[in-house]
Design a protein around this ligand. Structure first.
Ligand code: 6PG
Length: 468
């Protein structure tokens, strides 16, 4: 009889299979099962030498019996109704103290609800964000864990072993209770959306504006990836831009329809930010750009009615590189502001430095900036703001003139650069001690008698608009 496994993996799709193999490769016995039982034998057979550490089970009962106690089961199934149904099915089969892990991209509100439900049943529920796609899951993902301390004690050895490492440091941690891990993963994805859009806008300016070929832009991005902009997204975009379609011989990006999909995490980031009285304009711009991208026929009609002309522009690539760096810093800054708002709202002890650290390898937004971001959060930050850390204030002082130049040129010539534009708007709004809201308050008071605070006296006041 096989030894009892340290952990079970339910769901042998792309991510579940890769994680199960990763667990086995790191020396842990793993029990696996799948809704379609026919997949199980094939998976174990294809695991090669790793199959010694993998035991497949065709029934949920036998799968559970194959696990050492307290049991830890990682579910890689859709985090929607299937997860709720699974909790109902499996709860009666588990014992007090067992842990159910949802490793999908769940909405953290669902994770909070499921945690409370499982707690009533004496079970632990862990919401674990897993980043890095299939390759990450197989070779070392970045993982953001939310749940009870007891469940983390059980999971930690496996999670640390299978995670990506940055200079030997595991890119996984327990970030707080219930939905904290899934929330941090959601914000990770929001930052990811904005970073992707910023890179796409830079490509558009170089290709459509300055007339560079896709391959040349790819080559330039390859160089940028050796400097301050070093990141996984820069690296892969350099590759996609230099790829050729084997069917037509054209650049691959020329044959890809300009309609972007989205599964929802970027949108959730924006929704949650707004619900907490916060904002994430660069991320919102990226979500909006994806939404508008799917209205292809409308855009084609608009081009004929409104005119789609864009003038050529001259761009110094070094200026664009600096502009992009400034915008990326502002994107991360917005992400961390949302994390701070959520930590306050949900009373989560989020460690921002640690979050930056576990994003340094394995995940999609891994970049050279994250090491400096973690250092910044380990020091005293004025007002807790990343952009006010001496290092980033300097980066911005240098990069923002470039960002201004790029945005001004691009907007004058008619290019759609919503993320770059939002970045400069965000920066300029935050660096004004006195903004525009005095006029908003005057309007509110005029039409709604809402009152306002004065600069020179305490309490609520009204304007003299109604005095005769
Ligand atoms: C990651 C990614 C991943 C995400 C997909 C698709 O961190 O590995 O963020 O979790 O689900 O990349 O996301 P969209 O379909 O929303 O672009």
């Amino acid at each position: 009889m096989a030894d009892l496994a340290k952990i079970g993996v339910y769901g042998l799709g792309t991510m579940g299979s890769a994680l199960a193999l990763n667990i086995a490769e790191n020396g842990f016995d793993v029990a696996v099962t799948n809704r379609e039982t026919s997949w199980i034998k094939d998976f174990v057979a294809e695991a090669g030498a790793l199959s010694d550490r993998i035991t497949g089970y065709e029934s949920l009962d036998s799968f559970i019996q194959g696990l050492s106690k307290p049991r830890t089961i990682l579910f890689m199934i859709p985090s929607t109704k299937p997860m709720d149904d699974m909790i109902e099915t499996i709860s009666p089969l588990l014992d007090e103290g067992d842990t159910i892990i949802d490793g999908g991209n769940a909405n953290f509100h669902d994770t909070r609800r499921r945690s409370a439900l499982c707690a009533e049943r004496g079970l632990h529920f862990v919401g674990m964000g897993v980043s890095g796609g299939e390759a990450g899951a197989r070779k070392g993902p970045s993982m953001m864990v939310g749940g009870t301390a007891a469940s983390w004690t059980e999971l930690k050895p496996v999670a640390e072993a299978i995670s990506a490492k940055f200079e030997g440091n595991p890119c996984v941690d327990h970030l707080g209770p219930d939905g904290a891990g899934h929330f941090v993963k959601t914000v990770h994805n929001g930052i990811e959306y904005a970073d992707m859009q910023l890179i796409a806008e830079a490509h558009s300016l170089l290709h459509n504006g300055a007339g560079m070929s896709h391959a040349d832009v790819g080559g330039l991005f390859e160089n940028w990836d050796k400097g301050a902009l070093k990141s996984y997204l820069m690296e892969i975009t350099a590759k996609t831009l230099q790829a050729t379609d084997t069917v037509t011989g054209k650049p691959m990006v020329d044959v890809i329809l300009d309609k972007a999909g989205q599964k929802g995490t970027g949108r959730w980031t924006v929704i949650e930010a707004v619900k907490m009285g916060q904002s994430a304009t660069i991320i919102e711009a990226a979500v909006a750009a994806r939404a508008w991208s799917s209205e292809k026929p409308m855009r084609e009609t608009a081009e004929t009615i409104l005119g789609g002309h864009r003038a050529a522009i001259e761009l110094d690539p070094t200026v664009l590189e600096q502009a992009l760096l400034a915008a990326r810093v502002l994107d991360y800054a917005q992400g961390f502001r949302i994390l701070k708002a959520a930590a306050d709202e949900y009373d989560w002890p989020l460690d921002y430095a640690r979050i930056a650290e576990i994003w340094r390898a394995g995940c999609i937004i891994r970049s050279a900036l994250l090491d400096d971001i973690s250092d910044a959060f380990r020091s005293e930050l004025p007002e807790g703001q990343l952009i006010l850390a001496p290092k980033f204030a300097d980066v911005l002082k240098q990069g923002v003139p470039a960002l201004r130049e790029v945005v001004a040129k691009a907007v004058s010539a008619g290019y759609a650069i919503p993320a770059l534009t939002s970045a400069i708007g965000f920066y300029d709004s935050l660096r004004q001690g006195r903004g525009t809201a005095n006029v908003i308050q005057s309007q509110r008071d005029y039409f709604g008698y809402h009152g306002f605070e004065r600069v020179d006296a305490e309490g609520a006041h009204h304007g003299s608009w109604w005095d005769k």
